[in-house]
Design a protein. Structure first.
Lengths: 407, 439
């Protein structure tokens, strides 16, 4: 028994899985500390060149990291910033994450590529086909992290939407997630027949209009993209509270949570379990990753000093939704071990400084986690495979086909 | 003393979801795998092309209420596949077709600026309009745009996009705020992608209406036209380039690259034989009937494709429907024209469709084809061509190997790419003059 319908945790699972965890890395231009780019000595323009991104993702790929997420937002300013008066000490300007991930796909071998996509202002149809194309370009390593973009700055950039409350924004994200799944299933795997005898390139009976009509949008047709290597790329969300927990439980394959210690992680897992019992329709268990901001140096003193320098530059102490661990590789590993014991599936590390902490994760932390048998290693070729998720048959395939494949 | 010849510009149209793409051939490969796109783009680069050109999918084609089964179907998202190609190419431009109707300027402008960064200055945008409810049914706003407003929106879209691209100075840490209030867009934007290598991606236009030509004269830097016949191409060239002065633009600031198909043979006779074989693959019997069904609006599957045109009336819907009379008259006129051509030349259904949809632009030896391309360019009928191959992904191979060297011998085609050249450089376009934006 590997899966329990509707659950997050199961007794059988935690027994079998031991405490081995997946490692994910959240890439954010110069790193997650707001002053990191100033200490790097790099011009803001360095973060729009593709080369540094390629170097870092290849490093993580070779180190065996399961997936890399790429931050994005449809606004110049962070939510913690005054949009009317951007802070010139912050790093501004970025690249579109889906396109950046697509450019990284041919340069990498095994790492999952998970760009951030805002559900509030984008066209769900374009999002669906973009992620499918990323799946083709990476031969089965695509995912997406859905975020709600209801800030005034984002809304003003588009000029189409009025104020959006949290619940509405997340209700729409759920509708987008549902539409993505349907569009990704709209071509059966065997839709392209190339049958010279009848002159038919496709079998129209195997391509299905999605006919989605919800509260926020409607979509009639099938995707323009044939079914992609994973069938359905990974859907993930970052969640800090009940509303997004419920979105994750209902619609996501993976969720990123921000517990500050093991007890908090246990509490969140229980809440996710409860939400999943009520809402989850997928036969697959929700994969849970705990986010940790990491700043890694060889000695505790060097880590403390580096953080103090960055905080000085920023003019205030670093504050984050996720726990910050500034320390040596063994210190970071100890914290990850404590989290792993709660039964989470993985951790998503947010490097405080890029590329410095990405290099440290790949070259110092990963070997240590592997040597102490904390890191989960696998030989799957797709992101779904690495996360232990089966490749789903299209929901539109006739039942007989579905059963045959399942066996 | 002869002047140096005008330089030829070539673009490569990826043969995907087009009726020209032959999938029944043994050499036909995937139209969707990354490897096919990589192979095609690298062949374009081997042939020193200016750019690779991709069409756009907004909805699968339908016939009689079902997705169209007979032609190649299914393609990638245009922007994402071009972004992937930035990683496996070094020089060739990457131009995507993207609708001004079913996108928003802030998002599309950041995607195009991203593509320009990722490619080191090789991005371009074929700005197209669409207004129909069929495509709109896949998008948030549905079929919201009246036909007459589609170029209004396209113009405002392009103008706003330029303001967003221009809002970052080369070395500033923050952009200027863009406040734009128009009939289509009302934004107060801080653009979040710093200035890209080209400043702005190259803008391409493909519509042929008077509105389309006006849009082209104001905003486009390349026109993907349909005029292949020499006299028609020259008239079009004069018309469009003649509109540039009103916008303060020079002749060379806009390149006209009509789509064209090529069939190469060792002799003229062999080329014509191959052209005939390819045409028969492009218009198979069932495709010929489908072509006519789209005109007649009814099932014609009982008709013999090698026989005469159907002698029945078209189905133009209920007479009470809005616009019926106009539509009915247009269909009747179209059928009369088909009958006239068929009668005059004694064409069966299939031969008629071949005549209309599978006539190849240039058929002959490599020497003949190179000569024709050069003649069109030197005599100012075009600035070059958009090569439309009929096979995925090998549609460009022969052209790159056999025609390109002859163009080089004539001195009218590049011998190599200049290191670090942007798409704008390859096309010989003037540098972007930034619009001054009041802050």
């Amino acid at each position: 028994m590997t899966h329990r319908l509707g659950g997050v945790r199961s007794g059988a699972d935690s027994g079998v899985m031991s405490d081995r965890i997946h490692l994910a890395v959240a890439l954010e231009r110069a790193g997650w500390h707001p002053a990191a780019w100033r200490e790097s000595g790099l011009s803001p323009r360095a973060f729009t060149a593709p080369r540094p991104w390629a170097d870092q993702v290849r490093l993580l790929d070779r180190a065996g990291v399961t997936l890399a997420t790429i931050e994005d937002a449809l606004a110049l300013t962070d939510r913690s910033e005054d949009a009317a008066d951007p802070d010139p000490r912050r790093l501004h300007g970025r690249l579109d994450a889906v396109l950046l991930a697509s450019a990284l796909a041919p340069l990498t071998q095994r790492i999952g590529l998970v760009p951030t996509v805002t559900t509030t202002h984008t066209e769900p149809f374009h999002v669906a086909t973009g992620i499918q194309t990323l799946d083709f370009a990476s031969t089965g390593r695509a995912g997406v992290r859905l975020v709600v973009g209801g800030s005034p700055a984002e809304r003003a950039n588009f000029g189409r939407r009025g104020e959006i409350d949290l619940e509405t924004g997340f209700r729409e994200a759920g509708e987008v997630a549902d539409a993505l799944g349907r569009l990704w299933d709209s071509w059966q795997d065997d839709a392209i027949i190339r049958d010279a005898a009848t002159g038919r390139f496709v079998d129209a009976d195997r391509i299905h209009n999605v006919d989605v009509a919800g509260e926020f949008f409607s979509i009639t047709g099938a995707s323009i993209v044939p079914r992609s290597p994973q069938g359905r790329p990974i859907i993930s969300v970052l969640a800090h509270q009940t509303v997004p927990y419920r979105l994750a439980a209902e619609h996501a394959d993976a969720v990123f949570i921000t517990p500050h210690d093991a007890d908090a992680a246990t509490g969140i897992l229980a809440e996710l379990d409860q939400a999943a019992a009520e809402l989850r329709r997928s036969p697959e268990r929700l994969r849970v990753f705990a986010d940790v901001v990491v700043l890694i140096e060889e000695t505790p003193a060097a880590a403390r000093d580096a953080l103090a320098r960055l905080d000085d530059l920023a003019g205030s102490e670093f504050r984050s939704d996720a726990r910050l661990i500034a320390g040596t590789p063994p210190e970071v590993a100890d914290h990850l071990r404590a989290l792993a014991e709660t039964g989470i599936d993985g951790v998503r590390l947010r490097p405080a400084r890029q590329p410095a902490d990405v290099v440290a994760i790949a070259e110092r932390l990963t070997p240590l986690l592997r040597a102490t048998r904390l890191l989960r290693d696998d030989d799957a070729a797709t992101l779904r495979g690495r996360l232990g998720l089966a490749r789903p048959e299209s929901r539109y395939a006739p039942t007989q086909t579905r059963e045959k494949v399942a066996r | 003393m002869s002047r140096s010849p005008r330089q030829i510009h070539l673009a490569a149209h990826f043969p995907g979801v087009n009726s020209t793409t032959v999938w029944t051939d043994a050499a036909s490969g995937s139209q969707i795998d990354i490897a096919a796109f990589e192979y095609f783009a690298r062949t374009a680069e081997r042939g020193l092309f200016d750019y690779v050109f991709l069409a756009e999918g907004l909805r699968l084609r339908e016939h009689k209420g079902r997705v169209h089964e007979l032609d190649v179907l299914g393609r990638p998202n245009t922007l994402a596949i071009l972004a992937a190609l930035t990683a496996v190419t070094d020089h060739v431009g990457l131009i995507g077709t993207l609708s001004t109707t079913f996108n928003e300027p802030y998002e599309l402008a950041r995607q195009l600026a991203t593509l320009d960064h990722l490619s080191g200055g090789r991005a371009g945008w074929n700005a197209v309009t669409s207004s129909d409810a069929f495509h709109g049914a896949n998008f948030r706003r549905g079929g919201y745009l009246a036909h007459a407003d589609r170029y209004e929106r396209a113009k405002e879209f392009a103008a706003l996009s330029k303001k967003l691209w221009d809002s970052w100075d080369d070395d500033e840490a923050l952009p200027r705020r863009i406040r734009h209030q128009g009939a289509q867009f009302d934004v107060d934007a801080l653009f979040d992608v710093p200035r890209s290598p080209q400043g702005r991606p190259v803008i391409v236009q493909a519509g042929d209406s008077a509105d389309g030509r006006d849009f082209g004269a104001e905003h486009a830097e390349v026109i993907f036209s349909l005029h292949q016949d020499f006299a028609a191409a020259r008239t079009f060239y004069d018309d469009v380039k003649g509109r540039l002065a009103a916008w303060g633009r020079e002749e060379d600031s806009l390149k006209i690259l009509p789509g064209a198909t090529f069939v190469i043979g060792d002799t003229a006779a062999e080329a014509h034989e191959r052209s005939r074989e390819i045409a028969l693959q492009q218009v198979r019997p069932e495709q010929a009937l489908t072509y006519l069904e789209q005109v007649w609006g009814r099932d014609l599957s009982g008709y013999d494709p090698d026989g005469p045109l159907p002698d029945i009336e078209p189905d133009t819907g209920a007479e009470t429907a809005h616009g019926w009379a106009t539509r009915h008259a247009a269909v009747q006129a179209r059928i009369a024209a088909l009958r006239e051509l068929s009668d005059a030349e004694g064409l069966s259904i299939r031969e008629l469709v071949i005549r209309l949809s599978a006539k190849h632009t240039f058929v002959g030896t490599p020497e003949f084809i190179a000569g024709e391309i050069d003649r069109y360019v030197q005599e100012r009928a075009t600035d070059g061509f958009t090569v439309v191959g009929h096979l995925t992904p090998h549609g460009l191979d022969e052209f790159a190997s056999r025609v390109v060297p002859l163009l080089q011998e004539r001195g009218s085609y590049r011998e190599s790419y200049d290191e670090g050249a942007t798409l704008r450089d390859l096309l010989g376009l003037p540098a972007v003059v930034r619009t001054s934006v009041p802050t």
